[in-house]
Design a protein around this ligand. Structure first.
Ligand code: GUN
Ligand code: FE
Length: 418
């Protein structure tokens, strides 16, 4: 059975960022052919068997599914429950009590809700930090909901004002994370990955962080954490460790090419150089940074230094949506204010939402662009509704004018979800 997406404008996001009109073939869970409409050889595009489904994409964009490299599926039920706070009071008053109250079932349902919103807006892959308990429920929700995800339980063994249910014994936290990795990494035909997710320095002992570093190294697993999001957080880290945040993470072995670090707003030039030298990835969450009054991340400087930057909505509790296109729109707009117009472009934002996100997750060989042989995570966007009409540049139209509900069709791993 082949599905052929016919005659769309293909935003390949390949190495040359080629854009052309043509057809994308999906067979099994792979993209098996990409054919330009102006291809001189009609035989290459002929279909002579019946077992094929043709999807007319005339006037629409065909592109790789979006990759959100920082979300919390478990926080979706906290949407609109805690506005007008900065990070630490927001965590202590809203998020941590909310996470501690989850049952297995409430977490499953919350994650399913997140997944519905995500794929309907074109997001096909997420890197997600869950809570301390019931991460298996989020994994089951991803398996049932059909998207691709790398998940980690939040590791928290130090008191930073959270409920007791969110503070685990160090050895138990690490052994549960190991169990999740052994049980689920690679599950659902490879749609599920498991990472190690120490929440942030204030909730993690040095023993926990060093334990994560050793395990991630041994298993070639991703490390997913938050850092340098808020000035109060930075002061707390200084008090607790006597060091600045990123040098501390480096000292415990957590800055390397499998490190995915959300936010990174308050950085020194030394911090940027350290991230570059270690090959770590920054996960930019512009809406959350605005909503929690955290600040504007130095994305232009990070990119100029050669640091890879992905994008994410963070949780619905601090956004309050999970809309990848909205984050991609904000990324260049905020940098215009910081460093001047045009330093970070719409193309760069789309890169962060696709191939750069894939690179952060260690999946750039298999997702993040439309190329023959890659996994069939493909979306079709309709740019013809009134709010997106006008202009010939598809990237500008997609990033600055299109919205989540312009996404009309979605495939993940060759399975059509929308
Ligand atoms: N830092 C530690 N935990 C969190 C969280 O859940 N959300 C955000 N935005 N920052 C954090
Ligand atoms: Fe977060």
């Amino acid at each position: 059975m082949a599905t052929i997406l016919r005659n769309g404008t293909i935003l390949t996001q390949n190495q040359h960022r080629e854009i052309f009109i043509g057809d994308v073939w999906i067979e099994g869970n792979r993209i098996t052919k990409i054919v330009r409409s102006d291809d001189a050889n009609p035989a290459a595009n002929a279909v002579d068997w019946e077992d094929v489904s043709n999807v007319d994409c005339t006037g629409k964009y065909i592109l790789p599914g979006f990759i959100q490299s920082h979300v919390h599926l478990c926080q979706t039920n906290l949407r609109n429950c805690g506005d007008d706070r900065e990070l630490l009071p927001w965590l202590r008053e809203i998020v941590w009590p909310g996470e501690a109250a989850h049952t297995y079932d409430s977490l499953y349902q919350t994650a399913r809700l997140a997944i519905e919103e995500l794929y309907r807006g074109g997001t096909t892959t997420v890197l997600t930090m869950e809570t301390v308990q019931h991460t298996d429920a989020a994994i089951e929700a991803v398996i049932d909901g059909g998207i691709r995800a790398i998940l980690g339980k939040a590791l928290m063994d130090r008191d930073a004002g959270q409920p007791a249910a969110l503070r685990e014994d160090t050895a138990l936290a690490l052994s549960d994370a190991d169990r999740l990795f052994t049980q689920w990494h690679g599950a659902a035909n490879g749609r599920i990955g498991v990472c190690y997710a120490p929440r942030f320095v204030p909730t993690c002992s040095e023993a926990l962080l060093r334990g994560v570093a050793a395990r991630a190294n041994e298993r070639n697993a991703l490390v997913h954490t938050h850092a340098s999001e808020n000035r109060g957080e930075l002061e707390l880290v200084k008090q607790l460790t006597g060091m600045e945040n990123l040098p501390y993470l480096d000292s415990v072995g957590l800055l390397h090419e499998h490190s995915c670090i959300a936010h990174c707003i308050h950085l020194s030039t030394d911090d940027i150089a350290l991230l570059k030298n270690r090959g770590s990835h920054v996960l930019h969450c512009p809406s959350a940074n605005l909503k929690l009054a955290s600040g504007l991340a130095p994305i232009h400087e990070l990119l100029t230094a050669g640091v890879n930057v992905g994008l994410g909505a963070d949780g619905a509790a601090c956004n309050n949506n999970l809309d990848g296109l909205h984050e991609a729109r904000l990324m260049p707009l905020l940098q215009n204010i910081r460093v001047g117009a045009g330093k970070v472009t719409a193309q760069v934002a789309l890169d962060s939402l696709t191939i750069r996100g894939a690179r952060a997750l260690g999946l750039s060989e298999s997702i993040g662009s439309l190329e023959t042989g890659k996994l069939a995570d493909v979306i079709v966007v309709n740019p013809n509704r009134p709010h997106a009409q006008g202009g010939a540049d598809p990237i500008s139209r997609l990033i600055y004018s299109c919205r989540a509900d312009d996404v009309e069709m979605v495939w993940v791993n060759g399975v059509q979800l929308l």
